[in-house]
Design a protein around this ligand. Structure first.
Ligand SMILES: Nc1ncnc2c1ncn2[C@@H]1O[C@H](COP(=O)(O)OP(=O)(O)OP(=O)(O)O)[C@@H](O)[C@H]1O
Ligand SMILES: [Mg+2]
Length: 399
């Protein structure tokens, strides 16, 4: 099972520019989470802070008992080996062909033979749809292919934690759908903890177990997918629906006058370019491809979410109960009067009934996330991490 990542009070600024403050969340082990947020809200900075490439001003990021923010260089180097990271720009070595790029972490961090390396590299290139492109240089392939090569490289060390910064950017809708399936299948196979940063609403609705959103220097929300998908928080609602109407503007802050102008425009019957349909609501999650193992994280998450069900907003509770299979309803003691009238019992797709084994709830109940606190000025001094060069770092000459 992938590692748990516990983030507490993480705060980051560059000089006088606060990026985000007091971010507290837990990435549950082996579950898939997505972080949403408008451009420039610091999502990439967040991922880089999680692996110690940037140094937060304060707060903790604890993995297997090691706090990335304060640990020694040696511990940091060791802990980073748990991660597979797909950087937003792919961060491939421009002068190396795809084969050597993907083989790089194996040659650097393992003593595997070239024959073994070849097996792994070709397997990951095939997994990401790049078979046949081994000899190409990053400059000779499309942006989407570079992204997929970055993902192949992120996977070669069988990471416990996978961070993907906009894995879908530069991909067409069909390849994005394949990528979504790939991430779910990967999670089913290696049970890694996965965090995906994306703007892709469809991916956000159908892939992750947990969803979060950064906006205006704080974590607006982070929790089970049903909470965000049913939220009527204006920022979340606007983002999920891709509307202009709402608190998010072209630049971070939107003033009251602009809000009023946009509202008048909409009231006059003009489209703002978004879909008429409200996309909120709990839609089914993508299941692993037939033949793949069951996702262990799904079962663990259900146990966890059912333990905290009564602390969740009403709409999220409804969405969760509605999505339970008959067996799950029996297992969690959900009675028919608790099930919303429009909920149809879903057939259980992931395993035959006779194999069903109730899971023991984890002995250590995880606390419900703290509600986000408001941003209150008071910026700390800049503290950009000055880490020694390690081979693991994304190369400067990224393409
Ligand atoms: N190394 C750095 N030094 C100074 N400022 C930085 C640095 N890296 C990022 N920033 C600033 O931090 C802010 C957040 O950047 P970041 O790249 O994390 O945004 P993002 O949410 O990933 O945006 P996008 O969705 O466009 O990728 C931006 O204002 C950016 O200019
Ligand atoms: Mg980014």
């Amino acid at each position: 099972m992938g590692a748990e990542v516990v983030i507490e009070g993480l705060t980051k600024s560059f000089g006088k520019q606060a990026i985000w403050r007091d971010v507290t969340l837990t990435l549950p082990p082996g579950e898939v989470s997505v972080m949403l947020g408008p451009s420039g809200t610091g999502k990439s900075v967040f991922l880089k802070s999680m692996i110690g490439l940037l140094k937060p001003d304060r707060g903790k990021c604890v993995i297997n008992g090691v706090d990335i923010v304060t640990c020694s260089e040696a511990k940091l180097y060791e802990t980073r080996k748990l991660f597979g990271v797909l950087f937003q720009d792919g961060a491939l070595f421009g002068s190396m062909n795809l084969y050597d790029n993907v083989a790089f972490p194996l040659r650097e961090h393992t003593k595997k033979s070239e024959a073994e390396i070849k097996r792994i590299v070709l397997e990951k290139l095939e997994l990401t749809g790049l078979s046949g492109a081994e000899k190409k240089l990053p400059g000779e392939i499309s942006g989407g292919m570079r992204k997929r090569a970055g993902l192949a490289r992120a996977l070669v060390l069988d990471p416990e934690i996978i961070l993907c910064d906009e894995p879908d950017s530069g991909l067409d809708p069909v390849r994005t759908a394949y990528l979504s399936q790939l991430l779910i299948d990967l999670n089913a196979q290696i049970d890694a903890t996965i965090l995906i940063v994306t703007h892709n609403i469809n991916l956000a609705r159908t892939v992750p177990d947990n969803l979060g959103m950064l906006f205006r220097k704080e974590l607006v929300m982070f929790g089970p997918r049903e909470v965000l998908l049913t939220s009527d928080e204006p920022v979340v609602e606007q983002f999920l629906n891709g509307r202009r109407l709402g608190p998010i503007g072209m630049s971070e802050e939107k003033d009251a006058a602009q809000m009023a102008r946009e509202q008048a425009h909409a009231d006059a019957g003009h489209s703002d370019g978004s879909s008429e349909e409200d996309v909120r609501g709990v839609v089914p999650q993508i299941e692993p491809t037939p033949g793949m193992p069951e996702r262990a994280g799904v079962r663990r998450r259900k146990d966890r979410v059912m333990r905290i069900l009564n602390t969740l907003p009403h709409a999220a509770q409804e969405g969760i109960i509605e999505s339970l299979t008959d067996e799950e309803r029996a297992r969690y003691g959900v009675h028919s009067h608790m099930v919303p009238a429009n909920a149809a019992a879903r057939p259980r797709l992931d395993q035959p009934t006779q194999n069903f084994q109730p899971v023991q709830p984890s002995p250590r109940p995880r606390p419900v996330e703290d509600p986000p606190r408001g941003f209150q000025g008071d910026l700390a001094d800049p503290q950009v991490a000055r880490l020694p060069e390690t081979n693991w770092k994304p190369p400067g000459g990224a393409s």
